[in-house]
Design a protein around this ligand. Structure first.
Ligand SMILES: C[S@@+](CC[C@H](N)C(=O)[O-])C[C@H]1O[C@@H](n2cnc3c(N)ncnc32)[C@H](O)[C@@H]1O
Length: 111
């Protein structure tokens, strides 16, 4: 992923629209945003502290344009439906509970 974003950044072509699911500390989303991508971080709408972590990560990394939204895997919410068409869906360390697989895939909108 880093190679893709860095290549596009060096070539001044990074215009990707990305959403990170289950973002937590949000490192992949931060890298993408620093490379120029339009990034939307999401974590469970039921875990406000995780969403606050995402916002804090954006603050300390000086990324005021990164959106943070509550999206719970498997739930079709207004925030999910309002996502713009996405080029890339980022996920890191999110596929470890088999019972979450289907919900996480349902929540990964195709563009
Ligand atoms: C192991 S952490 C990984 C966090 C981050 N992606 C990273 O690599 O550091 C899993 C993340 O998935 C989020 N998560 C767990 N269940 C979720 C659900 N049902 N809907 C959305 N996010 C969820 C957690 O809040 C947490 O931030």
């Amino acid at each position: 992923m880093c190679n893709l974003f860095l290549k596009q950044t060096i070539e001044s072509e990074c215009t990707a629209v990305c959403s990170q699911l289950g973002a937590g500390v949000s490192l992949p989303g931060v890298v993408a945003a620093k490379c120029g991508a339009q990034v939307i971080l999401s974590d469970s709408a039921e875990l406000p502290l995780c969403l606050e972590n995402c916002r804090r990560t954006c603050e300390v990394n000086e990324l005021p344009n990164v959106l943070v939204v509550g999206i719970t895997w498997g739930e079709v919410s207004p925030d999910l439906l309002l996502l713009p068409p996405l080029d890339i869906i980022l996920g890191s360390d999110v596929f470890y509970e088999p019972e979450d697989f289907e919900n996480a895939l349902v929540t990964s909108p195709s563009s």
